[in-house]
Ligand binder design. Structure first.
Ligand SMILES: [Zn+2]
Length: 142
């Protein structure tokens, strides 16, 4: 009799479907939050965030490392001095997982395992997304 096997399989499939559904709903909620925030900011006339000087800043959750999925930070090293808008090509994206790996290697005097390849094609979409987000949301003050 294979009844218990069927019950286990059905249960496993139900768990997988549930995880997929939760992931789908989470993604939808995150996107809705980003859109609603942008709409509210526009409606209320709230301008972009202003950094006191060029430097590293954390990017929002939806912009992630295309190689490992970790958070990304943006190192803004060039911007328009009149408007404060970060320059599209004056931004370097940093994977926080790699930064932590480097910090640990320095502390333990070991060689970090660099498992990122930074293939331009793989990073092109994330670079564009980050540049667009920075253009919309960040200004650099002198
Ligand atoms: Zn990464």
């Amino acid at each position: 009799m294979n009844h218990p096997f069927h019950a286990e399989t059905a249960c496993s499939l139900a768990k997988v479907r549930l995880r997929i559904e939760i992931h789908r709903l989470t993604q939808r909620a995150q996107l809705a939050t980003v859109v609603e925030f942008a709409q509210a900011r526009a409606r209320l006339g709230v301008g972009p965030a202003v950094l006191s000087r060029a430097g590293c800043l954390d990017l929002p959750e939806f912009i992630r490392c295309p190689e490992c999925g970790a958070h990304l930070a943006a190192d803004v090293f060039e911007h328009n001095v009149d408007t404060g808008v970060p320059d599209t090509f004056g931004v370097h994206l940093c994977c926080t997982a790699l930064q932590e790996e480097l910090a640990q290697a320095l502390q333990t005097d070991t060689v970090p395992v660099w498992n990122h390849h930074f293939l331009p094609l793989q990073w092109a979409g994330v670079n564009r997304l980050a540049a667009e987000w920075l253009h919309r949301n960040v200004r650099i003050a002198p």
